[in-house]
Ligand binder design. Structure first.
Ligand code: MOS
Length: 700
């Protein structure tokens, strides 16, 4: 075994790359299912009220129409924590765009046409859809997402702020954003008695199957999800969304397999979005830069049906050393769809505010922003008092500064000009927690020297199946091509989602454990595989419970160089350079792609992405990719991702931290800070659009 080179840490190409580029890789909607019919949702045209009647007669008269579904003629579901899943369970309308009826027809086009022929009568009520800071219904939630407390404080932040010789007090806003993965949400559902099979665009085959089984009151294991390939998700596919439930309900109602595929426009109402935020950050510091107080308040929205509080201030609790801290979330529940996870929920908007404020503090102190962060490096996690399992923020800052050419930077804002362009540079820190969940996996030795590893992981384009094959190859001591890795199916047993950047950390643990168990069994048989093969199964539940108490986080530093057109206000990102410390990098090729993807999404957040809500209708008006702008190739010029060689023995056997989300965190602040350096005007509201830059730089 020791004679083979380790493949973990190498850069093998995706093992499914050929399948993908030749179109052979099957996505949810593409499975051949005989006798399938199509369901098309009818969406509410009011933001709040009740459905009085669904008139389906005209739809039913159209050719090929099989059924018009409404809250009166579909199966009753069990209550779920996520009220969004109660599809067609009542006549109440909680947001504009909600599914209030649906048409099943023998063709996709027929279902679509018939859906437009369904007439719905409403009893419309006044709606409240605007996140307005003066609303008296704003409250302080006890809990935020992912188990974070709503409010945390230590010391006396108010007194420290009042006494601080230097400080910042500023308000930052981030808009609602939509994940918009490349593959729209899609499902094929079919029932065989009391078992349900779902081909589903899914980040979480096993967890989604469990949730859907509970919803339909079925036994564990009665729902089987197949998600061999999923085309991105960014959180929008991490839990079941209403279209999947609709497909299952429709299939049950008509007794045939049913297909649903979201149009891009439908997705904007039905598959979640990132909450807008209004954040106030107050920092107090000594003249040497050491923070005396961190105060961070985030106002956000949720729906009236679900209390979802994004953990926006969580990173401000552990990022920098401070003797006084107050960090709080406030929530306003509105007549809107429920916001949910989108890449780095919490950290992405929260670190825009904190890292912008740190830059403002650096200017207030006349201090280099890299040095300001370094002097505030904590010895222990400031919130929990726990040691960090590893913390290489300073290494990321120093290496980033060296690679970027930060040394000798003239901090003066608004003074570098190249023709019509103002030029500036900025820096920000990144961080993301290391989450891990228990997972199971199976490994099988087959007589001809082949091995099969099965795990209900999801490869949503990240390269997860390749990374897991690498881990298996090293543990089994064979080349990767002797391993068949099967992922994406709930039947492989309990496993967490491709979300929270915990996939590879959690799954690789189970894969490494099961492969070691199989090697032991093989050793006991002197390496002889019986004709029927030899199988091992592992579960990491107890291993996780036995972990030491540490504060576990990834870190990073991002450096941006921007040019700002003095007339139009256009911002171009000339260079974006990130250095990350994220434990062991399993696959340099797919990891780089993940970091660059996160950073690109950060560019998008900085300059483009914003859902525009029309308060009269209570809905997003820019619900397609023509009007909801995301970064395209032309927006991404020089972009580089690097990493620190980080060894952390307090994580998991492979030493993995997770890289899916840290890349988007801090990017927008690095860009906004560079825009300040270029123009001399601070951009505290995302996205940094031309009109905002012009408003700040043109007084006439
Ligand atoms: Mo990620 S937003 O947890 O899929």
């Amino acid at each position: 075994m020791t004679t083979l080179d380790k493949v973990v840490g190498g850069a093998p190409a995706r093992i499914d790359g050929r399948e993908k580029v030749t179109g052979a890789a099957r996505y949810a909607y593409e499975y051949p299912v005989p006798n399938a019919v199509y369901v098309w949702p009818v969406q509410a045209t009011i933001a709040r009220g009740r459905v009085c009647a669904v008139h389906g007669g005209a739809a039913l008269a159209l050719p090929g129409v099989i059924a018009v579904l409404n809250s009166g003629n579909v199966s009753r579901l069990h209550p779920a924590d996520d009220a969004e899943l109660a599809v067609l369970q009542s006549a109440d309308v909680a947001y504009r765009g909600q599914i209030v009826a649906a048409v099943v027809a023998s063709t996709l086009e027929g279902a679509r046409e018939a859906a437009s022929a369904v007439r719905v009568d409403y009893d419309e009520q006044e709606h409240d859809v605007v996140l307005s800071p003066g609303n008296p219904r704003i409250f302080s939630p006890r809990k935020a997402n992912a188990g974070f407390p709503g409010t945390v404080h230590w010391g006396d932040a108010e007194s420290a702020l009042a006494a601080a010789p230097a400080g910042v007090d500023a308000t930052y806003t981030t808009p609602a954003e939509h994940a918009s993965p490349m593959e729209p949400h899609a499902t094929i559902a079919f029932w065989e008695g009391e078992t349900l099979t779902l081909y589903n665009a899914d980040q979480a085959p096993w967890m989604s199957a469990t949730a859907i089984a509970a919803l339909f009151g079925l036994a564990d294991g009665a729902v089987s999800i197949v998600a061999d390939h999923t085309g991105g998700g960014f959180g929008s596919k991490a839990v079941p969304r209403p279209p999947t439930v609709l497909a299952a309900l429709a299939a049950r109602a008509v007794g045939r397999p049913v297909k649903v595929a979201m149009t891009r426009q439908q997705m904007f109402s039905l598959v979640s979005y990132r909450t807008p935020t209004v954040q106030r950050v107050r920092l107090g510091a000594e003249l040497d830069g050491r923070l005396t107080a961190v105060w961070h308040d985030a106002l956000q929205q949720s729906s009236k049906r679900v209390e979802y509080t994004e953990q926006t201030v969580a990173a401000s609790r552990m990022m920098y050393a401070t003797p006084n801290s107050h960090t709080a979330h406030r929530l306003l529940q509105l007549d809107v769809p429920t916001p949910s996870w989108m890449r780095a929920p919490g950290e992405a908007p929260g670190m825009f505010a904190l890292e912008s404020a740190m830059d403002e503090l650096a200017y207030a102190l006349g201090m280099d922003p890299v040095e300001l962060r370094i002097v505030n490096e904590p010895a222990l996690d400031p919130e929990s008092g726990l040691p960090f399992s590893s913390r290489n923020l300073i290494a990321c800052l120093r290496e980033g500064a060296a690679r970027f050419g930060w040394a000798g930077r003239d901090p003066a804002p608004g003074v570098r000009r190249q023709g019509r362009w103002l030029v500036g540079t900025g820096v920000a820190s990144s961080t993301y927690p290391v989450f891990t969940m228990a997972s199971t996996a199976t490994a099988r030795a087959e007589p001809m020297g082949r091995f099969v590893v099965e795990i209900a992981a999801a490869d949503i384009g990240t390269g997860a199946r390749t990374a897991l094959a690498q881990v298996a190859a090293d543990e089994l001591g064979v080349p990767m091509d002797q391993i068949t890795i099967l992922v994406g199916r709930s039947v492989f047993g309990p496993a967490p989602f491709a979300g929270g950047s915990m996939g590879t950390a959690s799954w690789s643990w189970a894969v490494s454990k099961v492969c070691r168990a199989l090697v032991r069994e093989l050793d006991e048989r002197s390496g002889v595989v019986p004709p029927e093969g030899l199988q091992a199964r592992a579960d990491t539940t107890e291993d996780l419970a036995a972990q030491g108490r540490f504060s576990r986080h990834s870190f990073g530093a991002q450096f941006a160089e921007v040019k700002v057109d003095v007339d139009s206000g256009q911002v171009r990102i000339e260079r974006l350079l990130g250095v990350f410390a994220a434990g062991r990098i399993v696959n340099a090729r797919t990891a780089r792609s993940q970091f660059l993807g996160g950073m690109t999404m950060g560019i998008s957040m900085a300059l483009h992405e914003a859902l525009q809500l029309d308060p009269r209708f209570g809905d997003f008006t820019n619900h397609d990719l023509a009007t909801y702008h995301i970064a395209s190739n032309a927006d991404v010029r020089g972009i580089e991702a690097h990493w620190i060689d980080e060894h952390d023995d307090e994580l998991n056997p492979v030493g993995v931290k997770g890289i899916g989300e840290v890349g988007i965190v801090g990017t927008a602040a690095a860009i906004a800070n560079a825009v300040f350096h270029a123009t001399g005007s601070r951009q505290r509201d995302l996205p940094i659009t031309l009109d905002r830059v012009r408003a700040a730089t043109h007084t006439g």
